[in-house]
Design a protein around this ligand. Sequence first.
Ligand SMILES: CC(C)NC(=O)[C@H](Cc1c[nH]c2ccccc12)NC(=O)[C@H](CCCC/N=C(/NCCC(=O)O)S[C@H]1O[C@H](COP(=O)(O)OP(=O)(O)OC[C@H]2O[C@@H](n3cnc4c(N)ncnc43)[C@H](O)[C@@H]2O)[C@@H](O)[C@H]1O)NC(=O)OCc1ccccc1
Length: 225
Amino acid sequence: MARIVVLTGAGISAESGIRTFRAVDGLWEDHRIEDVATPEGFAANRALVQTFYDERRRIARAAQPNAAHRALAELEARHPGEVAVVTQNIDDLHERAGSRRVLHIHGRLDRARCERCGTRMPVTGDLSDEPPCPACGRRSLRPDVVWFGEAVHGLDEIFDAVSLCEEFWVIGTSGAVTPAASLVAVAAEAGARTALLNLEAHEDTRLFDEVLLGPATETVPAWTA
Ligand SMILES: CC(C)NC(=O)[C@H](Cc1c[nH]c2ccccc12)NC(=O)[C@H](CCCC/N=C(/NCCC(=O)O)S[C@H]1O[C@H](COP(=O)(O)OP(=O)(O)OC[C@H]2O[C@@H](n3cnc4c(N)ncnc43)[C@H](O)[C@@H]2O)[C@@H](O)[C@H]1O)NC(=O)OCc1ccccc1
C-alpha cells in the first residue's frame, strides 16, 4: 500500500522539452485528437498516426528528466515502498529519473502491441516502417498507448492505490481527461490529503486541500523537501 500516490501529466515533462497538449503551443494545436489519438484515426490513416508517435518517441528519447522527476524519485528512495507514481505521460522520464513504482495509465511510447496476437514488446525502430510482429509475423504493430475511447491501463490497481493512500498529489495536469481526472475525488472521498502542483489553477480546485502554483521544477522539490 503506497502512503503517497502522485498523479502526473504533461506539465511535469514540459521543462524537459516535451510539449503539453492544451497549451498555446500544445500538441493538439497541430493535430486533431480524432486523427491521431483514436482507433478510428489509426484505421483511417495508419501512416499519419505511426509517424506522429515515431516523432514523439524521438523527442522523448532525446529529453532528460528534470528536477521535478528527480525530486519524486528521491522521495521514493527516502521512503521505500511508500510512494507510487501514476502518470498520464507516455514518456519514460519518471523511470529514467529513478522512480521504481510507476503506473502508466495511458500506456508507453517505448512499447508496441500487436493488434492481431496482442504481444507487447519494446519498440526498437520506427513503427511507420511497419516491422513484422516478432511473435506472429504479421505487420500489425501499434504504439502501446491508450487512445480516446479505449480502456486505460491498470485501472483496478490504480483505484486500489488511490483509495488507500494518505496523500494524493496532482502535478502538471489540466484534469481534462477521464478517468484520470476523477482520481482526486476518489482520494478525497477516502480521506487522503490532496494537493495540486500546477502552473495554472484548475477551474475547480475545491477537491484540493493545498494548491501550489508555479513551474514543477520549483514546486515539486520544495513540496517534497
Ligand atoms: C477529451 C476528454 C473530454 N475525453 C475523455 O476524457 C475521454 C472520455 C470522454 C469521451 N467523451 C467525453 C465527454 C465528456 C467527458 C469525458 C469524455 N476519455 C477516454 O476516452 C479514456 C482514455 C483517455 C486516454 C487518452 N490518451 C491520452 N494519452 C495517450 C495518447 C497520447 O498521449 O497521445 S490522454 C493525453 O491527454 C491528456 C493531456 O492532459 P495533461 O497531461 O493534463 O496535459 P494538458 O496539456 O491538458 O495540461 C498540461 C497542464 O500542465 C500545466 N503545466 C504546463 N507547464 C507546466 C510546468 N512547467 N510545471 C507545472 N505545470 C505545468 C498546465 O498549466 C496544464 O494545466 C493526458 O491524459 C495525456 O495522456 N478512455 C475511456 O474513457 O474509455 C472508456 C472505456 C472503458 C472501458 C472499455 C472501453 C472504453
